[in-house]
Ligand binder design. Structure first.
Ligand code: GDP
Ligand code: GDP
Length: 434
């Protein structure tokens, strides 16, 4: 789990075309349930049963050759920091350009696995010209056509072969908590506030291939891992505040966590950039607690907290069943409460609801509110069961599963959340034929 492939390359080589080819089918499935617009730079892919994430690191440049070496450097740095494997994409129809050389130069300094890919090899007569890309000295060149799919199988075989075979993370039942959020919300301040107060810290290097560090925190009856990645550690630099960078910089931490503490700035509320990070947590089905930080800077009246909460829930609808804690990383106000909530969410993720209990609750609900009939078909749900999965998933058994629409599915999810403690917990619902 947690393999991230970054596509790097100058504008126009076909990064987004390849990205779409790799992610399209899987994302269609994910998105039909959430109704959330797809992020063009980050998606899920799968090859021979191995799942991985793909990021298109070039998404910020408009298609023009008018880019600076500085931007290329940023793009490659991001890939090197955040990815498991890097795909270096080139265009066979133009051959090697100065920008390609610059990217190759940065890539040579990294020890991440790199797959060199010649794109736009739509026909066999373009295979020979592609051999010039061997001159980078970055290894074998894979010839593909992102537009017609040719050659992608061999490339993907090579790609997944670079993934670490064993998950280096320790297999113990302690939550892995990641602190995420856009630059300047207070992530480092919170981490320092937590870590600064205890000497009881064990650093556990979780494998060099992943570039992530788990810091075990044991104090005040808490025991958890803080997920620390390059993306979190790195101080924001020029350009790093470009919206989509902060999302890409959060991905590794999110993927490696069980629960995310997502921070927003109280003075700004939940903005678009925050929402993109929020959706990334959702997309990965991670536990979530929202932290409204810098609460010390807010002038408070009796209704202030309530108003803030309502506004946030409105912004994150329909995923509103999430704990919200108002904190100050600076004064340490309620930072333990934040951790406590995260651990609670972790415990709830492991919840197993007995089938009898589920049906006791759902029989009257299903009788009173059966699925609306479609095309003259009446759907009858017979019973519900929690599936034996790692994260909460429920199967509703019925006669005509294909006729159940998203709004009804959401209705059932809400009922689940109302009746069982699933706050901040990702929930999946399936309809199966019985
Ligand atoms: P990006 O800027 O690197 O993301 O490149 P795009 O994916 O936007 O592609 C740039 C152009 O190259 C578009 O016009 C694509 O249709 C075209 N393109 C991408 N892949 C292929 C390919 O495999 N063959 C051909 N002939 N054109 C391609
Ligand atoms: P990061 O980029 O998310 O890691 O954010 P930092 O932890 O570096 O914080 C950015 C700025 O916000 C710094 O100047 C912090 O001192 C300030 N800051 C962080 N948390 C708080 C808070 O709770 N209250 C106030 N007043 N300032 C804060």
């Amino acid at each position: 789990m947690g393999n991230i492939v970054a596509i790097v390359g100058r504008p126009n080589v076909g990064k987004s075309t390849l990205f779409n080819r790799l992610t399209e089918r899987r994302d269609a499935i994910v998105d039909s349930t959430s109704g959330v617009t797809r992020d063009r730079h980050y998606g899920k892919a799968e090859w021979i049963g191995i799942e991985f994430s793909v990021i298109d690191t070039g998404g910020y440049t408009v298609n023009s050759d008018d880019i600076f070496e500085d931007e290329i450097k940023k793009q490659v740095e991001l890939a090197i920091d955040e990815a498991t494997t890097i795909v270096f994409l080139l265009d066979v129809t133009t051959g090697i350009t100065d920008h390609d050389e610059a990217i190759a130069g940065f890539l040579r300094k990294s020890d991440k696995p790199i797959i060199v890919v010649a794109n736009k090899v739509d026909t066999n007569d373009r295979i020979l010209p592609a051999s010039e890309f061997y001159s980078f000295g970055l290894g074998d060149v894979y010839c593909i056509s992102s537009s017609n799919g040719g050659g992608t199988g061999d490339m993907l075989d090579a790609l997944v072969a670079t993934f670490p075979t064993k998950d280096p993370l320790p297999e113990i039942d302690i939550p892995k908590i990641a602190v995420v959020g856009k630059p300047n919300v207070g992530k480092s301040s919170l981490i320092n506030a937590l870590l600064g107060e205890t000497r009881n810290i064990v650093n556990e290097e979780a494998g060099t291939t992943r570039d992530s560090l788990l810091t075990r925190y044991q104090a005040f009856d808490f025991d958890f891992f803080l997920v620390d990645t390059a993306g979190i550690r790195k101080r924001s630099k020029v350009h790093e505040d470009i919206e989509y960078y902060s999302v890409l910089r959060s991905i590794r931490a999110i993927e490696e966590s069980d629960v995310c503490l997502m921070m927003i700035d109280a003075r700004e509320g939940m903005q678009k950039q925050d929402l993109n990070i929020f959706y990334t947590v959702e997309k990965n089905s991670k536990g979530l607690v929202i932290l409204v930080n810098k609460w010390d800077l807010i002038e408070k009246e009796t209704q202030t907290t309530k108003e803030f909460e309502d506004e946030i829930r409105e912004r994150i609808a329909p995923f509103t069943n999430v704990p919200i804690v108002f904190i100050s990383a600076l004064t340490k106000q309620r930072i333990h409460k934040a951790v406590e909530k995260a651990i609670e969410v972790y415990e709830s993720i492991k919840t197993r609801i007995p089938t009898s209990k589920l049906n006791e609750v759902f029989q009257p609900i299903l009788e009173r509110n059966p699925p609306p009939s479609t095309k003259g078909k009446f759907v009858k749900i017979k019973y519900v069961m929690q599936l034996p999965t790692h994260k909460p998933a429920f199967a509703f058994y019925c006669n005509l599963p294909q006729y159940i629409k998203d709004p009804y599915k959401r209705f059932l999810e809400n009922k689940l959340r109302e009746n069982f403690n699933l706050e901040g917990v990702p929930v999946k619902i399936f309809f199966r034929k019985k």
